[in-house]
Design a protein around this ligand. Structure first.
Ligand code: NAD
Length: 281
């Protein structure tokens, strides 16, 4: 029987720890503050941003959303970031992606002060992860690592296959697995014979955004399967993994919803508390 990895349960545990750390910092007069910057009216982004703000408030943080018109220029957006960088009450700055096409995402992200980059997307934090140095780690892969640790799933010497090579999930995921001594393979849209590679995985992580991409015959008996994907199928939220059939093969699997998603938010809160506690007056 497959084991269902309950992301909601682990996220609650992590959020409770964060709440306690937040309360201590607040008592010391250093209440953690998270500001989310939202440009434009994309409905999915609006939902994500509201969820993040609510979670931060529930953790006891000072939380704010800055909503900006989609027509804002890159320079105007940079000015908003510079102002937040200077604000001592703001410990974490998150710019909701994607940004409108006329704005260069990476220019904006790299304008965020490194010590406030709680998404871990700043080039310096990306470099720190690659070098094994301390820095902020992107929330989704960090949440997956935390969940695997909670579940006592060992990674050392295991073959981990990551499908997807994005900067926000696939690449940092691979870095973290490597750091945990897994043997790592990264697959992507140009990979040939995907199933042949995924069938070798002890740990299979899919971060693509295609419903039912990962079928049961692509999974080794007893593998651990982590589904990052979020897709709409017949009006329902589903992952990349054909859950009903893959669960018959996997030893453990994350559901969608209720798997990776809740842990991502939990790690955003964790990183923000970390940012606040890093501040020395
Ligand atoms: P992305 O579009 O930036 O990257 C997708 C990756 O999938 C690319 O690297 C591409 O090469 C690869 N790919 C595309 N088609 C493929 C195929 N047929 N075979 C193998 N690889 C293929 O997406 P992203 O931002 O990394 O997000 C991936 C998915 O994870 C999306 O569904 C997104 O909504 C979801 N997501 C979920 C969370 C969460 O908290 N649950 C967080 C971030 C992203």
């Amino acid at each position: 029987m497959t084991h269902l990895i309950d992301g909601k349960k682990w996220a609650l545990l992590s959020r409770e720890e964060t709440k306690q750390a937040c309360a201590i910092l607040t008592q010391e007069g250093r209440q953690p503050g998270l500001t989310v910057v939202l440009v434009g009216e994309d409905p999915a982004s609006q939902t994500y941003v509201r969820g993040k703000e609510k979670a931060a408030t529930e953790a006891g943080m000072q939380s704010a959303i800055i909503r900006l018109e989609a027509t804002i220029t890159q320079d105007e957006l940079l000015a908003v970031i510079y102002r937040l960088n200077q604000d001592p009450h703001v410990h974490g700055i998150l710019v909701q992606l994607p940004l409108p096409k006329h704005i260069d995402d990476q220019v904006i992200i790299d304008a965020i002060a490194i010590e406030k980059d709680v998404d871990g997307f700043h080039a310096t934090n990306v470099g720190a992860l690659a070098l094994g140095l301390t820095g902020f780690v992107p929330c989704t892969p960090l949440g997956i690592m935390r969940m695997l640790a909670y579940e006592n799933i060992s990674l050392s010497g295991k073959h981990a296959v990551v499908i997807g090579r994005s900067n926000i999930v696939g690449k940092p995921m691979a870095q973290l697995l490597l750091k945990a001594n897994a043997t790592v393979t990264i697959c992507h849209s140009k990979t040939e014979n995907l199933g042949q590679i995924t069938r070798q995985a002890d740990i299979l992580i899919s971060a693509v955004g295609k419903a039912h991409l990962v079928k049961a015959d692509m999974v080794k008996e007893g593998a651990v399967v982590i589904d990052v994907g979020m897709n709409r199928l017949d009006g329902k939220l589903v992952g990349d993994v054909d859950f009903e059939n893959v669960k018959e093969v996997a030893s453990a699997i994350t559901p969608v919803p209720g798997g990776v998603g809740p842990m991502t938010i939990a790690m955003l809160l964790h990183n923000t508390v970390q940012a606040a506690s890093n501040v020395t007056s």
